[in-house]
Design a binder for this molecule. Structure first.
Ligand code: NAP
Length: 642
């Protein structure tokens, strides 16, 4: 508890007041804290401190909270009665600043996890299931955010597992991406496992080393390293039909191959793990150092160098402002500008007082996370929805989207008021939400305005030994070439050979157009599950950790079905899979990212949106509560893996 009154005052000053009010309802058991005049009024894209409350209301809330906290401390931190469901519902509406539709109630109550329990906890308590679990040996590919999560849940379920990781450490994308300025673009108090909150995030959007530290810490806490084979690649998976097991061929760093067996396989390799170098004429001929953002060459000192950056997506958006001050000349080659949404606190520290509240005031952390969750996920989604029959400008897909566009465009234009030459090239013509928007605190356009930085919008025609040639014939000579050109995201599981039932090859079955049921399972490939598979990415709404947690719950549920029924193989029915994909494709067309005229890595070579989930988070949550046995063929076979 606070050492001094001063510390408490500092904490109250930093408080997100609606979350604090919720904590006070818990602490005092008094729902009269939910005063109508204290209901927050948010404006879209406003930082956490903007609650629309009048100054005298803020002062009164802090004073009352101060007294309540001091009384609670003096009484020796008594156990608090949990509010009933009706009160919880009122609290949710209050913190959201507007009534939340009733359909969300069970979903959000689960997310809030007030009791400390969640539908995502594995349900393997019965002795019969516990015994069966021991015969469901599972192999997980990847020790990044999703693979670690799978390991935690499998271990909680009592399922023996092994994780195979090609890198020498855990962390996945947070291990590999070390480019300057790399940081999370989802608020960290939400971008963390729901069951492993971190009250010490140094920033609202912390830099990569902090994320890596978090995932390393979680791996250590759950003793996952004992289960991980590092620096080992999974070369191929072959389904042994007679025995209902996967034969998995591994290759270690010494080049030696080994075959292991598993009853089930979970891939947790991410969507953004294979750097994409564009197929530009002359790529590879450049004489100086050339590298991709995800393979940053820290041995190349950029100080005083002439540097070219190709691409202006989320990665370049983060590293360009970092390198711009140190290079002699920076040429940024832009094909399409990114949409920036104003987030002034993007690089700001979490105030010490806020950290104190998160750590010491019961339920404050849960309600703060809840608020972030609601405001930045389902609450934001209507802004990027296409209106049916929209006949407004093609730069938007609907009325709300147009409003968002105008707000964001105004914020961008204001930043280049002193550089009108930049204006036509920094406000995108595609709708907001057509691609992933980046968080704008001014540093991007600040960098582009520097005298040593040039934004080049002419198409690149060639890379030469000396630099980059553009369509106007100009050759831009540089010393270093950096590709911020993204990843081959729609080539799911590339490099992994998977032979399913009857020897069918997964990549041949997909024929370049990867599909799955709920992103996880595909017909012909029993006991084979993907996390962050086809159509499970999100563009604007929320954290991918949420998706992984839902997926893992479902996968563990599928393993539970095997345990319950004594079946050895579970395989999604073709009809279920196909009907689901029809719904997905149709729904994707109703969002900004699915609209015609927007090209992005979300669309595969056939123009199909193969990455994104086109429904609400609530829909994924509901669909993944537990597998419906009717969606699957369950086959009984002998012989679990010893
Ligand atoms: P990206 O968003 O795919 O951006 C690639 C950039 O390269 C785009 O500007 C693209 O232009 C450009 N490009 C590609 N080929 C080109 C060519 N031949 N000539 C000129 N320009 C070319 O890749 P990314 O920036 O690495 O980000 C990928 C995803 O990773 C993000 O959407 C996000 O989901 C994730 N990410 C997250 C964070 C974070 O903050 N947590 C940070 C980085 C990345 P077009 O737009 O015209 O295609």
């Amino acid at each position: 508890m606070a050492d001094t009154d001063l510390e408490l005052d500092e904490a109250l000053e930093a408080a997100h007041l609606p979350a604090l009010i919720m904590a006070m309802v818990h602490m005092t058991g008094d729902a009269s804290w939910l005063r109508p005049e204290w209901t927050p009024v948010y404006t879209p894209l406003s930082p956490p401190g903007d609650t629309g409350l009048a100054e005298d209301a803020k002062t009164e809330i802090r004073a009352r909270a101060r007294a309540a906290i001091k009384a609670y401390m003096a009484a020796g931190s008594l156990k608090m009665p949990s509010p009933d469901t009706a009160t919880l519902r009122k609290m949710m509406d209050f913190v959201a600043g507007a009534p939340i539709p009733e359909t969300y109630a069970d979903f959000l109550i689960d997310e809030l996890a007030i009791s400390g329990k969640s539908s995502k906890d594995p349900q393997f308590d019965q002795p019969k299931l516990k015994e069966a679990a021991r015969h469901l040996k599972t192999l997980v590919i990847g020790a990044g955010m999703s693979g670690l999560l799978a390991g935690i849940r499998l271990s909680q379920a009592g399922i023996p597992f092994e994780i195979v990781e090609s890198n020498a450490d855990v962390g996945g994308t947070w291990l590999v991406n070390t480019y300057p300025g790399c940081r999370v673009d989802n608020s960290n108090h939400m971008y963390s496992y729901s069951f492993e909150p971190n009250h010490a995030w140094p920033q609202h959007f912390s830099p990569q080393p902090e994320l890596l530290k978090y995932f390393r810490g979680v791996a250590a806490k759950y003793h996952l390293k004992d289960h991980i084979r590092f620096e080992t690649k999974v070369e191929s998976l072959t389904w042994d039909e007679a025995r209902s097991v996967w034969r998995v061929e591994l290759k270690g760093k010494d080049g030696r191959s080994e075959t292991v067996e598993a009853n089930a396989v979970i891939t947790a390799v991410g969507q953004l793990n294979k750097p994409r170098i564009p197929q530009i004429e002359g790529v590879g001929t450049f004489e100086g150092p050339a590298f991709h953002s995800a393979e940053w060459r820290h041995d190349v000192d950029l100080t005083g160098k002439r540097v070219a950056v190709i691409g202006t997506g989320a990665s370049a958006y983060q590293f360009v402002p970092e390198i711009a001050p140190k290079v002699a000349k920076l040429k940024v080659f832009q094909r399409t500008p990114p949409w920036g949404l104003p987030v002034p606190h993007y690089h700001e520290d979490v105030p010490e007082g806020m950290k104190w509240l998160l750590e010491h005031i019961p339920y404050y952390d849960k309600w703060y996370r809840f608020w972030l969750f609601w405001m930045t996920t389902e609450g934001f989604l209507p802004m990027v929805k296409a209106d049916e029959g929209w006949n407004g400008p093609t730069t938007a897909v609907g009325a709300a989207n147009l409003m968002l566009r105008e707000m964001a465009a105004e914020a961008l234009a204001a930043q280049v008021a002193d550089r009108p030459d930049l204006l036509p090239n920094v406000v995108p013509t595609y709708p907001v939400g057509g691609k992933r928007a980046v968080l704008d605190n001014g540093v991007w356009l600040g960098a582009l305005k520097r005298p040593n930085v040039e934004l080049i919008t002419q198409a690149i025609t060639r890379v030469t030994p000396k630099g980059v040639v553009t369509a106007d014939g100009a050759e831009h000579e540089v010393d270093v070439l950096i590709y911020g050109t993204g990843f081959t995201a729609s080539k799911f599981l590339s490099g992994l050979k998977v032979a399913g039932r009857g020897g069918q090859d997964l990549h041949q079955a997909w024929a370049g157009d990867a599909r799955a049921y709920l992103g996880m399972t595909t017909p012909g490939f029993p006991n084979f599950f993907m996390i962050y598979g086809p159509n499970t990415n999100i563009v604007v709404n929320g954290s991918i950790i949420f998706f992984s947690e839902c997926s893992v719950r479902y996968i563990v549920g599928a393993l539970r079905l095997l345990a319950e029924t004594g079946a050895r193989a579970i395989e999604v029915k073709r009809g279920v899979h196909d009907a689901f994909n029809v719904r997905v494709d149709e729904a994707n067309r109703g969002w900004a990212w699915g609209s015609e005229g927007v090209s992005s890595w979300y669309k595969n070579e056939f123009g199909r949106v193969s990455q994104n989930w086109p429904f609400g988070l609530i829909d994924y949550w509901r669909a993944t509560l537990s597998p419906n046995p009717d969606d699957f063929v369950l086959t009984k076979q002998p012989e679990p893996v010893a």
